[in-house]
Design a protein around this ligand. Sequence first.
Ligand SMILES: C[S@@+](CC[C@H](N)C(=O)[O-])C[C@H]1O[C@@H](n2cnc3c(N)ncnc32)[C@H](O)[C@@H]1O
Length: 323
Amino acid sequence: MSQSPRRWWRFGRRSDADTTAATTTATAEPAMPNPPARDPMIPKPPENPFSAFWASGRVPTRANTFLEMAAKASALGKERSFQILELHAGSTVLDVGCGNGRDVARLMELVGPTGEVWGVDNSAVMINDAKAAHPRGLFVEGDVHRLPFQDNFFDAVRAERVLMHQDDPFHGFGEMLRVTKPGGMVLAMDADTENYYVYPCDPVVFQRFISYTARRILKHSRLSLELYDALVRQGAQPIIELSAALPGTYETVSADIASGAPISAYAFFNPPARLHAVQAGVITEAESAALAQAIQTGLDDQTILFLQNQIIVAIQKPLTPSA
Ligand SMILES: C[S@@+](CC[C@H](N)C(=O)[O-])C[C@H]1O[C@@H](n2cnc3c(N)ncnc32)[C@H](O)[C@@H]1O
């Protein structure tokens, strides 16, 4: 394996021109090696509507229904991600793609009144929602590709279900590294969408269907694995953890469905998604009908469960560039 262990902290950085931070001291570095090739068994169709929606910068307030459902489903993973950040009273923290600000509020509790927690999001609507819900939070509109902060500013930086929607998540992760102090933690948590399950569907058919659908509707349906791979190849020693998701139950799944695709998790298994999979030859019409029947039974009986794990990838920025 070819590694360049002295360069990994410049991960994903392309050139000075890519960042607008006034004090940035970045120097041009060679581009990252390409992320690993995808499994050739299932071709990736050329459309990513779910990611395109979430990365658009035009996420509306009604997306909060999905965010609240996902927050309940990934509650354990969120808490674990906060632990990995090694926060203490007075820490400065950044939540990238902060959405409605729920995690900023929790981080403020963890760092106390002497700490400083910022949330950045490229959706003005999300930033306004976050400010309204958490008036003491520090929220600013901005893009993960050009974070509006100085180099080495934060003790810890995290992004949850943000990088998986980007065209170039490696560049975004590099930006997160740039704004982190030496010794600070940088963490990305993304959904393990290719291992996602809706009970009571047939698990074998659902797996085949969801692998295809996740690749079709997301830009990076297994971003955590790609990020881990790329970091290791650069000589880093990332932490990687699978955080067990709490199940989404009838209450959360039905609210999510009511909020409508593409905002909802229902975009993963709604009728158009099943039709795409039939047309691509991934599942048969009979299998699609059986999935639909199982989902309907789960809704009618209120026994439906939505299970999707999250994967955390984190690294500590070295104390010295040559470390
Ligand atoms: C799926 S939501 C997750 C929100 C939040 N992290 C959470 O766990 O509830 C993704 C968020 O990232 C924001 N986002 C997407 N692309 C972004 C970008 N390029 N820069 C900054 N924020 C972005 C979206 O507006 C949205 O609020």
